[in-house]
Design a protein around this ligand. Sequence first.
Ligand code: NAD
Ligand code: IPM
Ligand code: MN
Length: 368
Amino acid sequence: MDKQIILLPGDGIGREIMESARLVLTTIASEYGHKFTFHEHAIGGDAIDHYGVPLPEETIHACQEADAVLLGAVGGPEWDTVPAHLRPEKGLLGIRKSLGLFANLRPVKEFAALIHASPLKEEIVKDSDIMIVRELTGGLYFGQPSERRENGNAVVDTLYYRRSEMERIIEKGFETARIRKKHLTSVDKANVLESSRMWREIVEEKAKDYQDVKVEHLLVDAAAMKLITQPNQFDVIVTENLFGDILSDEASVLTGSLGMLPSASIRSDGVGLYEPVHGSAPDIAAKGIANPLGMILSAALMLRYSFGLEEEAAEIERSVDECLEQGFHTPDLKIREGTQVGTKKITEIVLENLTTKGISDSICNMYV
Ligand code: NAD
Ligand code: IPM
Ligand code: MN
């Protein structure tokens, strides 16, 4: 298979973890006889520094032409004072919107080797396997331009959703549940928000077309509580943009670290942008200790969802599992046993686990 992949490393730890994903994909390509060509482009603070804007036209164009996109992370304190419309985060929101990537799939699964890394009790975390289906191109993130009023003493952010935007993500939620355990939890705030009442109506309408899927509604505050008290009661969660953002960081606690979670931002035709759930982690940037596993697992999702390479994706996931079973972990995972290593070393372990012949020196030397 011959594929063109855009790399958007971005800011903070973005470049460090992107290098890990690139090496993993290069190894998989050589093991399975594929040709992946990588093209790097700027986004976020990196793009502001080089081009004066967080999302250059040239980056959008390259992503539109590519087979898939991998993104590291954007943002950091360096750009906290830039005008709101130029913030690094606008680059990420902009690329999701311009590619029409309305569905953000965030799998959260217990890793057996990390069961003691979570601050939650083992019996709570055990058997957790959740897919969060988050709406990605609407809601509060994309309402009318936010504004300050009354001499800066009042503020307006607008939550705007079209029915069609709710319908397509809710359908995605049902479809996802149908190929899993057929249990869909729709999360909203229908006791307060009109948008949530419309959301709930649509869920009820769509449920008629998915009689094989068991549906329940949960208010977002209760969902936040249940997520860390009875996580193994969930299968698929479907929710709007902001609730999905918050709940997915919370759910990462099940795995022991935000650095473990991958995500796929996709649209109906399989085109996708793959990005870890975490941010640019400015507090640990350039220290060589970032956890690259969420980024590596995002590359696996790219192979599965955009390229249909199930076996290769599963092989990456197996190599990550094996690395954790061998006891290797980065310092964000708070476990006493095992061996604490940095970004480069843990990547090398994953690469070794990937190859039947053992890691070749040429691949090792490609690490920059
Ligand atoms: P963050 O996710 O960057 O970091 C939160 C905490 O988790 C930090 O202590 C960090 O060190 C740790 N962490 C995150 N990823 C890690 C990894 N891979 N390995 C080890 N530790 C990891 O969230 P934040 O600090 O609130 O935000 C920092 C910046 O990132 C902000 O500018 C924010 O807007 C941006 N952000 C970007 C994305 C994205 O690009 N997708 C996502 C979230 C936040
Ligand atoms: C995420 C991030 C982004 C979001 C920010 C950086 C715009 O938190 O991908 O989860 O809120 O979608
Ligand atoms: Mn987030």
